[in-house]
Design a protein around this ligand. Structure first.
Ligand code: NI
Ligand code: MN
Length: 230
């Protein structure tokens, strides 16, 4: 399966059968050059209702006839715009033809177009036999260990830019709590407040935790992983 990084927190996962996308923020994303024509996800997964995560969801969902999975309030708001949605709560598992998704806690906020959008979330997916934990925008918290114990993620996607989310100091701790060997940092270097030295972060993490590989993908870069349990 492939992880295609679009910059900021936008990532699509694909195999020969399916494609899904997390937080499709393209328009206004300094790391992306508009919504790519070849992106045709079956499912759009939203961690929370902020502009840099909801992004191009409406246009993309309509174009690709995709279903949007989000926390109940955000899903309901998008359904009023004519989108196909599945609204769920933290802890609820949703089955898809490509696997399943589950919303898990995140410490952040969630509002969109001036309205409260329910809880922010992290999302665990089982896609093509690979378990992925996308923490969403959050600080580090101790129950990341519980989430890892329950779902044994092989891949961890987490923000590292600080200011709105955890910074590199907290991210190192989060990586230790989750224990996934493959780490994809997101939500950094998009704007000046999120500026970090990603090479130094990668070097420090891999020195302290040699079993971990940090894949600091450049916007547009694709990481290919073979499913451990396929
Ligand atoms: Ni946010
Ligand atoms: Mn954000």
């Amino acid at each position: 399966m492939k992880f295609h990084y679009h910059g900021h927190s936008a990532l699509s996962l694909s195999d020969q059968q399916s494609e899904i996308v997390f937080d499709p923020f393209f328009t206004g994303n300094p790391s992306a050059s508009g919504l790519p024509d070849d992106l045709k996800p079956r499912t759009i997964l939203l961690t929370h209702g902020h502009e840099d995560h909801v992004g191009d969801t409406e246009a993309l969902a309509k174009r690709a006839d995709a279903t949007v999975v989000a926390v109940y309030e955000l899903a309901g708001h998008l359904e009023k715009k004519g989108l196909k949605t599945i609204g769920c709560g933290l802890g609820g598992r949703v089955k898809h033809d490509w696997g399943w998704s589950k919303m898990v806690p995140a410490f952040h906020s969630s509002s969109y177009e001036g309205q409260y959008m329910g809880m922010p979330a992290g999302i665990v997916v089982d896609f093509a036999g690979v378990r992925v934990y996308n923490t969403g925008d959050t600080c580090v918290f101790g129950d990341m260990k519980l989430i890892a114990e329950l779902y044994q993620p092989e891949v961890l996607i987490l923000p590292v830019g600080g200011h709105f989310t955890m910074d590199v100091y907290e991210a190192k701790k989060a990586i230790g709590l989750v224990g996934a060997k493959t780490v994809i940092p997101v939500h950094y270097n998009t704007w000046p407040p999120l500026a970090i030295d990603i090479d130094a972060f990668k070097a420090e993490v891999e020195k302290a935790q040699p079993e971990v590989t940090v894949h600091a993908l450049k916007p547009g870069e694709v990481l290919e992983l073979s499913p451990a349990r396929a």
